[in-house]
Structure formats: C-alpha cells, structure tokens
Design a protein around this ligand. Structure first.
Ligand SMILES: [Fe+2]
Ligand SMILES: [Fe+2]
Length: 186
C-alpha cells in the first residue's frame, strides 16, 4: 500500500476532524522518524492508518480484534481506549498486508509497550504532539521534542499515566512497561 492509498483509506473512513488529526499525525511521524532512527515512509504510512478504526462501533472493533491477544484481557472493557489501535493493527495485517513493524506501531500507539521499536516510539510521540492537539501537556511535550525526542517520549508516557491515575482509570501494564523501558534506555 502506498502513502497516497493509506491517505485515501483514512479520508474515506473518518470524519473531517479525525481525518485532520490523522494528517497531522502522519506529518509529525515523517518528521520525527529520522530522529528516532525509523523509516520516514513507514512512519507516514503508520500515521495515516493508526486511527482508521477510531469511529467504528464496538461490535466492529470486537469482531476485528478477534485474533488479538487483548481480547483475553480480563480488563478488556476498561481498556476501551485501546480497542481502535488493536483493531486497526489486525486489519492492517490481515486485510492490507502491511509489514509487522507497521502493524505493531499501530497496535501500541495508545498504550506503548516494553522495548518500543524506533517506529513504535515515532508513532506514539507523533500522536501525542500532533499539531491539532492543544492541551497543555501536549504543548509541553511538543516543546521538549524540539530538543530531545527520547525525553519527550518519556514525558508523554508520564502524562498518559498521570491522566489515567487522575481519572481512577485502569492503567494497561504495557504503558508502565513502556515508561520503565524508555527510562532505562536513557
Ligand atoms: Fe488512536
Ligand atoms: Fe490518533
């Protein structure tokens, strides 16, 4: 699949607002990729595909995640925010034939994971600091990313965890693993 085709697929599946976010993430991913040592074309492709299931019904998400390991998670219902990422990754692998590294970056773009790859890191951070995001935390992380993308990634993971704590929400262990492994790497 070409970048142009991924763009068209996203455009066809998403509302104007979500498509604009997707364009911003794809652009940020291309820019961040070389700084993490990831391939810019793969990063832009992952950017266009990362949220293609964001506006799907729960039925479609559950059906699409059918083969995914998150389905057996006892906290599945409480991790609703992760469903669209796992569904998009399954779809990208099974229906679009995308390479595993792109599917993994899509799968973990919301949760992160232990030992994130350069492409995982690129997409996670691109999604956090994309131009359309105006929250204070995003602005701070965007500023940090101008100087140091590894620090920005840790900051993004930290704010993600803090926000979940604030809401008394379940924290996926993948996010804690991502934070720990990124801190260890630095
Ligand atoms: Fe997402
Ligand atoms: Fe996103």
């Amino acid at each position: 699949m070409t970048i142009r085709e991924a763009d068209a697929l996203a455009r066809g599946r998403l509302s104007d607002r979500r498509y604009y976010h997707t364009q911003c993430v794809a652009k940020a991913a291309r820019e961040l990729a070389p700084r993490f040592g990831a391939d810019p074309d793969s990063a832009e492709l992952a950017g266009y595909l990362h949220d293609i299931f964001k506006e799907e019904s729960d039925d479609v998400l559950l059906k699409t995640m059918g083969a995914s390991d998150i389905i057996s998670d006892k906290d599945l219902a409480k991790k609703h925010a992760l469903w669209h990422a796992f569904a998009a990754a399954e779809y990208a692998a099974a229906k679009l034939g995308m390479p595993a590294e792109i599917c993994d970056a899509i799968r973990y773009h919301t949760s992160g994971r232990d030992g994130m790859t350069p492409l995982d890191k690129t997409l996670f951070l691109a999604d956090y600091i994309s131009e359309d995001r105006k929250y204070d935390d995003c602005v701070k992380v965007r500023k940090t990313a101008e100087e140091n993308v590894d620090k920005a990634l840790i900051e993004g993971l930290r704010y993600t965890i803090a926000e979940l704590l604030e809401r008394n929400a379940v924290i996926d262990t993948r996010t804690l693993d991502a934070y720990n492994s990124c801190v260890r790497e630095i």
